[in-house]
Unconditional design. Structure first.
Length: 275
């Protein structure tokens, strides 16, 4: 069975990101702002210059070669030297898990040394160019570029507990508890009333609450996770179809019928296609 450490991965399956603006700038006045509270996140790569950033009262002095994420909703003051202003690549973006902002306003500035500044410049340059195009491929590449840069910043800065911070808030923690409970009991009967009780909600309130953040109703999510686990067992184990049905808490006939409905092929045909 999946362990609790996989819960952050479950939440990230529902991540959506959007870039609304990207630019390279070295203008002095454009950087200086006092006590702004933007509704969008900012991602920067400092290429040259000197200055400072104050996020929620904490002062930082970003240096050339550094990436930084400035969360939406945080109080931001930024200053740069008139003689040596920042040259910076940047973008405005939104990132959400369901309806939760990924970077909450109570969070700090995320800052790190870019492991490969030339690669970061290239990614930003591509993103800036792609924003002028209005097509599906460009949108996909922009999202890919943003996710790469966010991962670089978080990984290089040592923010390995980033998602743990995310789920510490009340709603995220509650939902993480439910997801963990589901993961540990995929082989057992599960009812929506049982899941609703975990967060002390009536099922009529729990169902839209769960769907708001995970995109599907709770029992549909349970079935999806069972089928996902079944696919792993079919691909990477020699367990019989009957045994796999037992491991996902379903009778064989029901399992085979539901698997084919969801996947388009029978469990045995799926297994053969992965060998």
């Amino acid at each position: 069975m999946n362990q609790p450490s996989n819960i952050t991965g479950r939440l990230l399956e529902n991540l959506t990101v959007t870039v609304t603006h990207a630019q390279l700038s070295s203008k002095y006045p454009g950087w200086n702002r006092t006590n702004e509270t933007p509704s969008f996140n900012r991602l920067y790569f400092i290429d040259q210059g000197e200055g400072k950033v104050i996020i929620n009262g904490v002062t930082h002095y970003p240096k050339p070669g550094q990436l930084m994420i400035m969360p939406a909703g945080s109080t931001q003051t930024t200053e740069t030297s008139h003689e040596n202003p920042y040259t910076r690549f940047y973008c405005h973006f939104d990132a959400r898990i369901g309806e939760w902002p990924l970077f909450h306003s109570s969070n700090k500035l995320y800052i790190s040394d870019a492991p490969d500044p030339d690669a970061v410049r290239l990614i930003f340059s591509d993103m800036i160019q792609l924003l002028h195009n209005n097509n599906v491929i460009s949108t996909l590449r922009i999202q890919s570029s943003l996710l790469t840069l966010l991962a670089l910043c978080l990984e290089s800065g040592g923010y390995n507990d980033f998602m743990q911070e995310f789920i510490q808030s009340s709603d995220q923690g509650k939902l993480a508890h439910v997801l963990n409970y589901i993961d540990e009991r995929l082989n057992k009967p599960l009812e929506v009333e049982e899941l609703a009780e975990l967060v002390h909600l009536h099922p009529n309130y729990f169902i839209p609450y769960f769907k708001k953040f995970m995109g599907v109703p709770p029992m549909h999510y349970v079935h999806l996770k069972r089928m996902e686990f079944a696919k792993k067992l079919l691909s990477f184990s020699d367990s019989s179809i009957s045994n796999i049905a037992d491991q996902v808490g379903m009778e064989l006939a029901h399992f085979s019928k539901y698997f084919k409905k969801l996947s388009g092929v029978s469990p045995s045909a799926y297994r053969n296609s992965t060998k």
